[in-house]
Ligand binder design. Structure first.
Ligand code: GCB
Length: 616
């Protein structure tokens, strides 16, 4: 039997340094200035029914139903269609089908280039038979989702890579209920990303959909982490009995059980000394521990690892020890000729297995939040993760408050979903953004949120390099990260393509030196070159595997020689679809910078990178 140590019993707020409901000052600080995303934590461990499968599909390329709604084409109303009744110009039963999860672009050749609104429909069950609360959860709809239940609009969400949910308990009718989802994949000047980005905009209901059943009062979310040498746990209950409830946290196999009481807001924080024999998580020993939170008859459970990650001077320390992070970047596209979005855990695992085969301990999940399965696998397989939101390139509307609100919400959704994943070491706020005052204000605001939501991760961004004019010697160039944003980050990171874009050949990479003006750890977050798998030739010849491998050799040599870096994530694991890549012989809509091609075939650079990692 586990003993409850009452001395460790801490009521809500006592440890938080906030709460204390009597103090108006403290109460004011507690209120977040943005709507905290409402997400059910540890989703895979909940009682849930999958809504994946074949859904009906109606495309609306002119967006007529959105722009000119009318009974004839309000697809969401799901009108019965009879040939002798009023005119309705759609019919769900005779419409085409599409698989959910799945982007439409790679499911049907005629939809390959389609960007626009599409309506999806299926029936869902009525109320939960045992009177529990029922929620609809969408893991991702790209880019903008709108949801109707029995003709009534019930949810809307912008952002193609983070989840959203809506409670349907009181809206469900007995028997089948009509669920219609509009996914509109179009981007615009104030979206994230905006109009210009180097990947295929895979539209649709791209990740799984669930019906989740929960008790009247349930454990909505838990944040478990190692902080200041203690296990600290934030618990949030949802429901009529959320306030003043006893919550109990346990770590199985360690006889650890602690109780606390929630405050009037249904939240509690507890903190407990780390058990002496608790094995820390690392890429070499990815130990995970079963943890539970019980309250008011509900039970939340998860498997979490405990580790610390910090920046000290120019080093990155995992569990107190400096390490050079041996990484690679990847997009969330599955291996296979179609190159569509990852849909299953097996597809995510196949990608991460290649990352491991490279001898990597670090993966940059570019350039948007990847699916939850990938993060859970990274925990299990022992990979440190860099996770990012798509604040990408210079055409983002940095002076738009709507776009800032969107970026902050995306970041909050990503962190809320994944902060129990010990694999996550870095939250990245952006990729290659311009060094302008309005972008600085924008990203600083996002960074403030990150620190408030999760003080245990390193905050970073992939930055543009600056040429250090003072550092130029004969024929030599010094590339530095001097971006003012570096002041706000824990770790700075440089994207650079010497030897590919620009004047130099790989033979001249040694003329470049690297550094940063910030006394902070520096990562090389991108370098690379395109090569078509199977295209062989002289190393001087662009697009050959030899040329790419040569560029890898020279860049990795420069990285090792410079001593300036705490890690590297070459660009990238697998060739990915990009409508910006037009070369008829070598690209044909694919960015060819992968060390494996779309079929998973390894290029020469794969071995170059693996050899570098093995020698470290
Ligand atoms: C970059 C971007 C990345 C592109 C890559 C390329 O700097 O960050 O998204 O795909 O270059 O291949 O040019």
């Amino acid at each position: 039997m586990t003993m409850i140590d009452r001395r460790r019993l801490i009521s809500a707020g006592a440890l938080t340094g906030m709460a204390a409901a009597t103090s108006p000052m403290a109460a004011a600080q507690e209120v977040p200035p943005w709507p905290t995303p409402s997400l059910i934590g540890a989703l895979p461990n909940r009682s849930r029914v999958s809504l994946d499968g074949q859904w009906k599909l109606i495309l609306d390329p002119f967006d007529v139903s959105g722009r000119k709604p009318g009974v004839r084409r309000n697809f969401w109303e799901d009108r019965p269609t009879t040939d002798d009744g009023p005119l309705v110009e759609y019919e769900w039963t005779s419409s085409d089908e599409i698989a959910v999860p799945g982007d439409w672009n790679t499911q049907r050749p005629e939809l390959f280039h389609y960007e626009g609104p599409a309506y999806h429909r299926r029936d869902i069950e009525g109320p939960s038979p045992d009177g529990r609360r029922r929620f609809l959860v969408f893991e991702a709809v790209n880019y903008r989702g709108r949801v109707w239940l029995n003709g009534e609009a019930i949810a809307e969400h912008e952002g193609g890579f983070t989840p959203f949910e809506v409670e349907v308990t009181d809206r469900l009718r007995p028997g089948p209920n009509s669920l219609v989802v509009r996914a509109d994949s179009r981007h615009g000047p104030v979206t994230l990303p905006a109009l210009d980005f180097d990947w295929k905009n895979h539209g649709g209901i791209t990740r799984s959909v669930w019906l989740v059943d929960l008790p009247r009062t349930f454990v909505r979310d838990v944040f478990v982490r190692l902080q200041d040498r203690r296990i600290v746990v934030d618990i949030e209950l949802d429901g009529p009995e959320a306030a003043g409830a006893v919550v109990r946290f346990t770590v199985a196999n360690h006889g650890l059980a602690v109780e606390a009481m929630t405050g009037p807001d249904g939240r509690a924080r507890l903190s407990v000394a780390v058990p002496r024999r608790l094995r820390p998580w690392s890429p070499e020993t990815p130990h995970l521990h079963a943890v539970t939170v019980e309250a008011v008859g509900d039970r939340w459970s998860d498997r979490v690892g405990f580790r610390t990650i910090e920046a000290r001077g120019r080093e990155i320390l995992l569990n107190g020890r400096p390490r050079f992070l041996k990484g690679i970047a990847m997009h969330e596209e599955r291996i296979g000729a179609e190159g569509g979005r990852v849909r299953t855990e097996a597809e995510a695992r196949a990608l991460l297995a290649e990352v491991k085969a490279l001898g990597c301990d670090f993966v940059r999940l570019a350039h948007y939040p990847h699916g939850e399965a990938t993060l859970r696998l990274a925990d299990e397989m022992g990979l440190i993760v860099w996770s990012e939101i798509p604040v990408y390139w210079e055409d983002v509307a940095y002076n738009s408050s709507a776009t800032l609100g969107l970026g902050r919400r995306m970041m909050a959704e990503m962190i809320t979903r994944d902060r129990n994943r010990c694999s996550v070491g870095f939250w990245s706020v952006a990729n290659e953004t311009p060094q302008t005052p309005e972008r600085l204000v924008f990203l600083r605001s996002v960074i403030e949120d990150v620190r408030r939501l999760d003080p245990t991760r390193l905050v970073t961004a992939a930055l543009n390099k600056n040429v250090d004019v003072g550092g130029v010697r004969d024929g030599e160039t010094r590339l530095v990260v001097a971006d003012e944003l570096g002041r706000d980050l824990d770790v700075v990171a440089m994207n650079q393509y010497e030897g590919w874009y620009g004047q130099r050949t790989p033979a001249e990479i040694h003329q470049v030196t690297f550094g940063t003006t910030w006394d902070k750890p520096l990562l090389m977050s991108e370098f690379g070159a395109d090569a078509l798998h199977g295209h062989r030739g002289a190393r001087e010849s662009r697009w050959t595997e030899e040329h790419q491998a040569w560029l890898y050799e020279e860049t990795l040599k420069a990285i090792a020689a410079s001593g300036a870096f705490a890690g590297v994530t070459p660009w990238l694991l697998k060739d990915f679809r990009s409508p910006r890549r037009w070369h008829g012989r070598f690209q044909r809509g694919w960015n060819r910078k992968g060390v494996i091609d779309e079929h998973g075939r390894r290029k020469l650079s794969f071995d170059t990178l693996r050899a570098f990692n093995e020698a470290l």
